[in-house]
Design a protein around this ligand. Structure first.
Ligand SMILES: Nc1ncnc2c1ncn2[C@@H]1O[C@H](COP(=O)(O)OP(=O)(O)O)[C@@H](O)[C@H]1O
Ligand SMILES: [Mg+2]
Length: 322
């Protein structure tokens, strides 16, 4: 749906931010671009909606070169969410969300209905919030408004540039859950930039890892973790793993589970010895567990897999704990 062919970007000062990249983002996909600061993520994103002109190569949306679109037509079919909360402070929440529908000259009633529907979708009661000003909302609520404003006029594509990085960890996790849920239900093609591997692993259908303006690897979260293309990918995933919030860092869990033996003393959460109950307590339904041994990643399993495993052990008459 979005195709990059040999795309390069050199800024006027001579900085080459993106070097001859090729990409194919599928319809309905949640595509996450990750990489260190300065690796070219924002540049890639902004080239999609022509906020930054290309130096070389071509970008296509639905097989049509982006330069052949009317610029307004192009921008209106692409929702855009920024890291800094960018609501207009003097406009009400309703007016903020309604901007693009109004530009598109939607009938008033349709717009009103849409605004209310979107507020409900992110758990904000329209009656309470429609007439408030942005300053009367918390940071997390404002960013929710930023997200639904980008969705308001039913864009085909949503671009998000580190939309949650200014938020506290709890709000951030809640918004990640929301956005994943929303994207699942509306199936918008989403290109999401982050430098946080936990966020990428949680949200992505596919992850594109960038370094120095080049693509190092594109793959599903499982592929990135289990089949890292090189040491850079391994380090990038590995560095992040111990600090994953809502995930646990488990030393030697896999081995004891495979051997169907005593596991009570082996796993650690934040370097503390944990019991299997502790681990399950820490995991929400969709969480994944990064399994690492002596600094090497062995794989990812989810809560269900642990429970299945325990259930099988019980069925086999094995005593899991002692
Ligand atoms: N307007 C600009 N002029 C010159 N260099 C820029 C400009 N914008 C970004 N860069 C440089 O391009 C590189 C990639 O930047 P960017 O795409 O913002 O990376 P990221 O989003 O991954 O942090 C960096 O070296 C950055 O300093
Ligand atoms: Mg950036």
């Amino acid at each position: 749906m979005i195709t990059f062919e040999h795309v390069s970007k050199t800024y006027p000062d001579g900085t080459t931010a993106v070097r001859s990249i090729n990409l194919n983002i599928q319809q309905g996909e949640f595509f996450v671009i990750i990489g260190p600061s300065g690796s070219g993520k924002t540049t890639v994103l902004k080239m999609i909606n022509r906020l930054i002109p290309l130096t070389d190569g071509s970008v296509y949306i639905n097989q049509k070169n982006i330069n052949d679109y009317d610029i307004h037509e192009l921008r209106w079919q692409i929702g855009y969410v920024l890291q800094q909360i960018a609501l207009f402070p003097h406009m009400t929440i309703e007016e903020n969300i309604a901007i693009v529908p109004e530009l598109k000259k939607w009938p008033r009633k349709k717009t009103k209905h849409r605004v209310e529907e979107l507020l409900k979708m992110v758990g904000l009661n329209p009656e309470d919030y429609l007439h408030r000003k942005p300053a009367e909302l918390s940071g997390g609520q404002q960013q929710r408004i930023g997200v639904i404003r980008a969705l308001a006029a039913n864009p085909n594509i949503v671009l998000m540039d580190e939309p949650f990085s200014a938020l506290d960890p709890i709000t951030r996790e809640k918004l990640q859950d929301d956005i994943k849920q929303i994207q699942k239900s509306i199936q918008k093609t989403t290109v999401f930039v982050t430098h946080d591997m936990q966020e990428a692993l949680k949200l992505a259908d596919r992850i594109c890892l960038m370094k120095d303006g080049e693509i190092v690897q594109v793959g599903t979260p499982e592929e990135i973790v289990n089949q890292p293309a090189n040491q850079f990918v391994r380090d990038f995933v590995g560095d992040q793993a111990p600090t994953l919030k809502g995930h646990v860092h488990l030393d030697e869990l896999l081995q004891p589970i495979q051997h169907n033996t005593y596991i009570k003393q082996y796993p650690t959460i934040n370097n503390q010895v944990a019991t299997i109950e502790n681990i399950l307590e820490h995991l929400k339904t969709n969480d994944q567990v990064i399994i690492e041994k002596n600094g090497e990643l062995l794989g990812i399993i989810n809560r269900q897999a642990i429970i299945d495993h325990l259930a099988k052990q019980l069925q086999n008459g094995g005593n899991i704990y002692e």
